[in-house]
Design a protein around this ligand. Structure first.
Ligand code: GDP
Length: 205
């Protein structure tokens, strides 16, 4: 749990650096540590980023037409890059387009020497998808540290929420300390996520 009274992540400066539009395309040249955010479309990523950063601007940029399928890079203070990966696995998207995200996301994850870890968002109301599992397997193979943020926890009461988290932890064989229940609507878990994120960023590569 986060120490009470102290904000683990105070965003003084947030700059959008640009987007990678295709596998191996442009990316910012910096040596700052990076942390990426991923999850299926509609998981609540934009909402959570707003709450985490206490800004609406990051999510707004990532939602601009043309940017939703890009990898968007933001510099947070002079401390790290926040990398917003495109939402994947939207059922209504045509198959060809569905397959687009994979080489791009996997390409980014394989060729980013400053990547310290990834936050995978999972919707508390849904069972993890094959894409979620594929993402976790890919990261495990690469030994990339992963935090799992379980979103929309406000949809559950206390005990039902605990049961849901336990079920997701069990089915994906996660470590309990990797998992952070959150709600963008109530702010639940925001400081815990910020604390865990800063630990990952400050960890040795
Ligand atoms: P994204 O596609 O992953 O960026 O998801 P959004 O942040 O746009 O959210 C998708 C939908 O989930 C929207 O209708 C949000 O209002 C809803 N949503 C996002 N976060 C929460 C949350 O913490 N609680 C609840 N109940 N709904 C949420």
């Amino acid at each position: 749990m986060a120490a009470p009274g102290r904000d683990p992540l105070i965003v003084k400066e947030l700059e959008f650096l640009g987007g990678m539009a295709s596998a191996g395309g442009w990316r910012p040249e910096t040596t700052l540590p990076e942390v990426a955010f991923a999850g299926r479309s509609n998981v609540g990523k934009s909402s959570l980023l707003n709450v985490l950063l206490r800004r609406k601007s990051a999510a707004r940029v990532s939602r601009t037409p043309g940017r939703t399928r890009e990898i968007n890079f933001f510099r947070v203070n002079d401390a790290f890059l926040l990398v917003d990966l495109p939402g994947y696995g939207y059922a209504r998207v045509a198959k060809e387009r569905k397959a687009e995200w994979r080489p791009m996301i996997e390409g980014y994850l394989s060729t980013s020497p400053h990547l310290r870890g990834l936050v995978l968002l999972l919707d508390a109301r849904r069972d993890p998808s094959d894409d979620d599992r594929a993402m976790l397997e890919f990261l495990a193979e690469r030994e990339t540290p992963v935090l799992v943020a379980i979103t929309k926890m406000d949809k559950f009461g206390t005990q039902a929420g605990r049961d849901r988290v336990a079920a997701i932890v069990a089915t994906l064989e996660l470590e309990a300390d990797q998992v952070i229940p959150v709600s963008a609507h109530t702010g639940m878990g925001r400081d815990d996520l910020a604390t865990a994120l800063m630990q990952i960023i400050e960890s040795a590569p």
